[in-house]
Write a protein that binds this ligand. Sequence first.
Ligand code: NAD
Ligand code: UDX
Length: 443
Amino acid sequence: MIGGGYVGLVSGTCFAEFGTDVAIVETNPDRLAALREGRIPIYEPGLDRLVAENVEAGRLTFGDDIAAAVKGADAVFVAVGTPSRRGDGQADTSYVYAAVEQAARVAEGYILIVTKSTVPVGTGREIAKIVRATRPDLDFDVASNPEFLREGNAIVDFMKPDRVIVGTDQSKPGGTQRAQDILRKLYRPLYLLERPIVFTGLETAELIKYAANSFLAMKITFINEISDLCEKVGADVNDVARSIGLDGRIGRKFLHPSPGFGGSCFPKDTRALTAIGRNAGSPMRLIETTVAVNEQRMKAMGERVIALAGGDVKGLTIGVLGLTFKPETDDMREAASIVVLDQLDRAGAKIRAFDPAGMETARPVLPEGVTYCKDALDAATGADILVVLTEWNEFRSLAPEKLQARMTGRKIADLRNIWNPESLKEAGFDYISLGRPDMVHTA
Ligand code: NAD
Ligand code: UDX
């Protein structure tokens, strides 16, 4: 497994749990040192125990020596990053190609090269060209096996996936069989759980990943626009979402209004799909709009907080609960908090923030002036306004009286709808949330 980040570490550990011998190769010295010392360099519930058990059983190892890992391997998975390229939004495949070249150089016999990273359509064929150019003598196949795990629920998502996608080069019949057999063996426990495994072509598998993520991002953006409309016409987005979601064709999931989707995948994958469409002469207009609406939304959230303050936050203290792009992760990639806190900071607010897992990852990407607090009540202390940006469970149970005792002001912007408007109103707060009737006292 080349790459020991969110995907490589979880996938490698879960394959080991399935009974396979896995060597994870990681080049980031801090991440590798942590793994070797038995520490998990990312926050992912349950991962520490699973890693420890599989290391103990001798099925899982960590190192930076790609030759040692590839030697004797049946399959080499590539799980390195594919970030957005500046400017055109295309996925940067340079880490993938570098990893493949390194693996090809040291391979001793037949290998199956599998992309776990999310890669643009055509990457699998490009990988085959690179391998042929690097090692004309090498017997190999290429497969695409995109990963659908969600951070915070990654182990369950990997162990009990809705589906597994395996794309192979269908113009190479013998190779397809060989590649499919290896992947079938690796995923054997899922057959016993009757989880569907879809065998398809390389390009199709690559596109499935982008189509899935973009569809979900579009669904969230849809409910976010409905949420804005609810505010204008006096409707309640929670009831709208629940009710449309009861239609099985729509489905209840991913209809929670938010300050905009973030994370390591949706923003970059929606941008990448629009680039793929543009390059193929088949514009992805819905997804282009999704990208634009989501970017505007994050900015609009900062403006909402400023409006709640009466149009000016200069000199005000703003308590912020939640920084990561969603709960149960320490990941700050493209989190709404980056955009919102930047706006509030530039507008002259003093920011006191708390996140249960993201304090360390947040520091390098948030404004320098932010004060990091020891818990939620500490962040609320002396705050004129309290803003909820991530719906960590521990925030849901905060009693309004406790917030009241700590805060200087009485204004709350709950941008994840974690609290009940009535109880906040009863406690005397000016409370705004998303797509629900506001509880702002108009004195
Ligand atoms: P990440 O940045 O957390 O991990 C990538 C790791 O690869 C890093 O630790 C980096 O040091 C390492 N690396 C890079 N080049 C290397 C090399 N040549 N040899 C060894 N290690 C190397 O990224 P991630 O979140 O795990 O994402 C990886 C891929 O999986 C991306 O394409 C992403 O789109 C996709 N994906 C991510 C998620 C998610 O929830 N994070 C879910 C599904 C798919
Ligand atoms: C996503 C995909 O769900 C997963 O299948 C893929 O493999 C990687 O990308 P992840 O980014 O970990 O997973 O988190 P997810 O739970 O999908 O949330 C992504 C963003 O959408 C978060 O910012 C979240 O707050 C937001 N979101 C999600 C909403 O705003 N509303 C929702 O209803 C659901």
